[in-house]
Design a protein around this ligand. Sequence first.
Ligand SMILES: Nc1ncnc2c1ncn2[C@@H]1O[C@H](COP(=O)(O)OP(=O)(O)OP(=O)(O)O)[C@@H](O)[C@H]1O
Ligand code: SF4
Ligand SMILES: [Mg+2]
Length: 334
Amino acid sequence: MPFNKIDVKKEQDGELILQAKNIKKYFPIKGGILRTTIGHVKAVDNVSIDIKKGETLGIVGESGSGKSTLGRVILRLLEPTEGQIIFENNDISHLGNRQLRDYRKNMQIVFQDPFASLNSKMSVAELIEEPLVVQTSLKKSERKEKAIELLEKVGLRAEDRLKYPHEFSGGQRQRISIARALALHPKFVICDEPVSALDVSIQAQVLNLMSDLQDEFNLTYLFISHDLSVVKHISNRVAVMYLGRIVEIAPKKNLYDQPLHPYTQALLSSAPTTNIQNRREKIILKGDLPSPANPPSGCAFRTRCPLVHEKCVEVRPELKGMGNGHFVSCHLHT
Ligand SMILES: Nc1ncnc2c1ncn2[C@@H]1O[C@H](COP(=O)(O)OP(=O)(O)OP(=O)(O)O)[C@@H](O)[C@H]1O
Ligand code: SF4
Ligand SMILES: [Mg+2]
């Protein structure tokens, strides 16, 4: 039996599809003539998340906060430095490529840049049918039928299958990426900034498509974005990352209406809103994100926090439950 069967806790409000436990991903920094390891970039530093079947968990944070690295480790596109990834009762943290093959069908990713993620030399038909060739025994005619069905599901036409990626707009290319990701009927899809490269007017169309497909295909999403309004549109719960850690996680309404962490409050204060009641006084954060190779002592946010106090320099705050699924890591909330 290659897999480590473990008990997955069932929560009152839904069965878990994925658990990431104490995930760390440290990238070595090489230096000197001998290129020895002189330090580590702590891209993800002890992150735990549970994702329920059918939900969308949004992940927000500044550039470099570790969102994509976390996504890639969860999909096992990157090996975790430490921690466990449990997908549908199976510990997949250390499976080899052959053992991972069966899971790859169920776990897919849609990337930000549909230019870079679609091979420009392949036709749309080849792009969508490629996963079917690799992972299924469907005949050529069946693959064609499937590709047409998928194209129509994402709002493109059957005849588009004969074209190449450069013949489409950014939004259409992202629709092709989505069709390709759904070809094997995955259960879990990581969406890594899927609309960030698109015009604002096109973003809503693609987000609506992703919501519709979620219902139709029973999908669970981990939705990564630096844009709070995009994440709000699609998520049930939202996690905020800062320097490789989750600083706050809550059901969407709680996070947007009553953010507890000073970093979340600052992010929300600078996000555009049309709702006058939700308009907050803008909090300007001083300085840049510190280097994940040399994070501050105590609370990693302390160098930019308007509410920093003595304890924050020395003691790292734990992520603590405040009730109703709202967790925060800040000494102001104990
Ligand atoms: N392969 C790698 N080798 C070394 N460092 C890396 C590698 N991949 C990512 N990093 C570093 O890890 C940190 C987190 O990067 P990551 O790409 O996960 O951030 P992100 O939140 O997705 O940012 P963005 O919003 O810009 O996509 C950054 O400091 C980045 O430079
Ligand atoms: S622990 Fe201190 S520095 Fe960190 S967010 Fe809370 S108040 Fe700010
Ligand atoms: Mg990223």
